[in-house]
Design a protein around this ligand. Structure first.
Ligand code: EPZ
Length: 432
């Protein structure tokens, strides 16, 4: 089991390339099920979740061809996805349990061949995360849904979904993406109300329109989809990862360094986070092909933060900002409204000397002078990043265990941080 060791106290300086967004690449890959022609996706990050989904798609009959492996730093891989025929409509438990996003094959399979049998995702570290909103949406489009032995069996009567009005009582990124993809091939028009507005959904909708879909209201709360009979192939580049960028912006601020994050339209993609990070004292300056970021004051300013659906402050940045607030000038109150169990980084940060108290979904963080290196345990993807960030500034050495969580969402993290001055190594045999 690999561990990461970090020796704290080194400023980060230089250029850091931002990879393609995991949470855009995953639904875009699922969109390849919607057409018999080739979908060529570029800037796909090298991540564990991408490998898992590729395996799942190949099980459905998707032929994948890696056109370009991409480079060591930043430039992602280019892969052709071609689904001439769907060879299986079952998404098996042993894959789905590894990655909740597998549920995003449900809508495309239903749309393409009128049926799908997908394992229920099961719980995950940050909450039980049901899929009731996905299933209710498909029922609104005429699908019959049955649950049997831990699997969802969905069927479109007559082999084709029909357009309908899908009103989400609460905002859901995945459910919006699933219904959006299914609606592209439905008979008639679908209206999605209270749709999630994350940039990754805009990326997906733009790609679907390039494939011949007829989607309007992209990026707004109400999306209208006029169903078509077929979609064709296209070429599309995955947007940069706004959460990776936000995570490294925090790293620059915490180490009092200065990083140039390289990627197209980064500030725009980071819109949900930039306001909060500026409040905390970070300064952003656009450069040609990226954005320069540093802390523009002596100490991090203590601020109050509440996670919200986009364009609010993203829950995926909550753990990283909490790490930063452990050293703030004064105190910070962080309110997590999206997931019911997304404070698992708190006990680990506390082991490093942070002063954090949690009441329900609210954490109060009182700034301390410094953090102490310690062996800590990663529990989920973003919590792992908060521990890496703390290790970058803690005294002595921090050992982060269970780093496979990081591999799900941060491409070549050790290489990228080492290249800008961090003292960080990864090795299965690191002492504890
Ligand atoms: C997506 O997850 C992201 N994952 C998550 O990123 C992100 O945290 C989340 O959106 C919120 O922004 C991908 O895009 C692959 P939701 P998703 O459906 O779609 C509840 C990361 O770190 N809900 O918007 O699963 C749910 O329990 C990951 O990169 C229902 O109740 O999130 C949660 O409390 C973590 N019923 C809330 O809605 C449903 O049918 C938001 O979930 C669906 C969701």
């Amino acid at each position: 089991m690999d561990r990461i060791a970090i020796t704290g106290g080194f400023r980060l300086e230089g250029e850091l390339p931002i990879s393609g967004a995991k949470n855009a690449a995953l639904p875009l890959m699922c969109a390849s099920l919607l057409t018999g022609e080739t979908l060529k996706l570029s800037n796909i990050p090298h991540l564990a979740d991408i490998k898992t989904l590729k395996l799942l798609l190949e099980g459905h009959g998707v032929k994948t061809e890696t056109v370009n492996e991409g480079s060591m730093f930043g430039q992602g891989q280019t892969i052709n996805f071609t689904t001439k025929t769907i060879t299986s409509t079952t998404a098996p438990y042993d894959i789905v349990r590894k990655m909740r996003a597998s549920i995003l094959v449900l809508g495309p399979l239903l749309a393409r061949v009128g049926e799908a049998t997908v394992s229920l995702p099961g719980g995950c570290a940050i909450g039980n995360r049901p899929i009731d909103l996905h299933l209710k949406g498909f029922e609104e489009m005429g699908a019959t849904i049955e649950l049997e032995e831990g699997y969802v069996r969905a069927v479109a009567p007559g082999g084709r979904l029909k357009g309908g009005t899908v009103l989400f009582p609460t905002v859901s990124v995945g459910a919006t993406e699933n219904i959006l993809m299914a609606a592209t091939l439905a008979a008639g028009t679908t209206i999605i109300e209270n749709a999630a507005r994350e940039p990754e959904i805009t990326d997906l909708a733009n790609c679907l329109n390039a494939m011949g879909a007829k989607i309007s209201g992209i990026g707004s709360r109400t999306i209208t989809v006029e169903g078509v009979d077929k979609l064709h192939g296209t070429e599309y580049s995955v947007m940069p990862d706004r959460i990776e960028a936000g995570s490294y912006a925090v790293a620059a601020a915490m180490t009092r360094g200065e990083l140039e994050l390289k990627g197209e339209n980064l500030l725009d993609a980071m819109r949900g986070s930039v306001g909060v990070l500026k409040q905390a004292g970070l300064e952003f300056t656009e450069t040609g092909g990226g954005v320069m970021v540093k802390l523009g004051r002596d100490k991090i300013r203590g601020i109050n933060v509440t996670t919200q659906p986009y364009p609010g402050f993203p829950t995926d940045m909550q753990a990283q900002v909490m790490a930063m607030m452990t050293l703030c000038d004064g105190a910070s109150v962080i309110n997590e409204t999206i997931f019911e169990n997304r404070f698992m980084h708190v006990p680990e940060l506390t082991r490093m000397g942070a002063d954090i108290t949690v009441h329900g979904s609210t954490a109060t963080v009182r700034g301390v002078d410094h953090l102490l290196g310690a062996p800590v345990m990663a529990t989920d993807l973003r919590a792992s990043m908060s521990l890496i960030l703390a290790g970058l500034v803690a005294d002595r050495q921090t050992f982060v265990n269970r780093v496979y969580h990081l591999d799900r969402g941060y491409e070549r993290l050790v290489e990228k941080l080492s290249a800008v001055g961090a003292k960080i190594v990864r090795d299965a045999n690191l002492g504890i």
